[in-house]
Ligand binder design. Structure first.
Ligand SMILES: CC(C)(COP(=O)(O)OP(=O)(O)OC[C@H]1O[C@@H](n2cnc3c(N)ncnc32)[C@H](O)[C@@H]1OP(=O)(O)O)[C@@H](O)C(=O)NCCC(=O)NCCS
Length: 143
């Protein structure tokens, strides 16, 4: 399989949302996953919002952000037809490289309880898995 990793573009939006849905990631299309929000995020994170393509088909994605203290690996997703071929590992390595180029030296991801596949991916890449409580506040439900 000639798989290629490249930056995501605004024109990938519809396929990206379909990919998130196929991966059970419940995109917030009225909130942070809206077309305009993703377009803005792509401008800010242009080197670290990445897609994996099989030909022209988007089969994987990862959204890498940085808060200037650490890098965050968000929305790692690989289409069910393409799993267990090392695509998630390639995407995480690529996003780490992009974030390192911005001076980031620590990487983190939030993983929901019971997501053993995701835990395994990160563990296989040398991440420590720490039990944490996650505090969050939303200004409205759609965000
Ligand atoms: C998690 C996810 C991205 C993994 O994608 P993937 O491309 O299949 O992962 P990889 O092939 O790179 O897996 C690398 C290693 O992780 C481990 N792993 C991956 N999926 C696993 C699973 N379902 N069960 C156990 N171990 C798994 C294995 O050690 C694997 O190496 P191996 O195949 O040589 O044994 C994919 O299952 C997915 O999209 N899940 C739904 C969305 C999601 O939960 N995203 C994470 C949000 S934090």
């Amino acid at each position: 399989m000639a798989l290629r990793i490249r930056r995501l573009r605004p024109s990938d939006y519809d396929e990206l949302m379909r990919l998130f849905e196929a991966c059970g990631l419940d995109p917030r299309m009225r909130g942070r996953d809206s077309r305009s929000s993703i377009a803005h995020q792509l401008r800010v994170n242009r080197d670290s919002y990445l897609g994996a393509l099989d030909g022209r088909r988007l089969v994987g994605a990862v959204l890498g952000t940085d808060d200037s203290r650490k890098g965050w690996i968000n929305r790692l997703a690989v289409h069910p037809d393409y799993r267990r071929r090392g695509i998630a590992k390639r995407l995480v390595r690529a996003v780490e490289r992009a974030l390192r180029a911005k001076g980031i030296e620590m990487f983190a991801a939030l993983i929901e309880p019971g997501n053993d596949a995701s835990v395994s991916v990160f563990r296989s890449l040398g991440y420590e898995i720490l039990p944490m409580a996650y505090a969050r506040k939303k200004r409205n439900e759609g965000v």
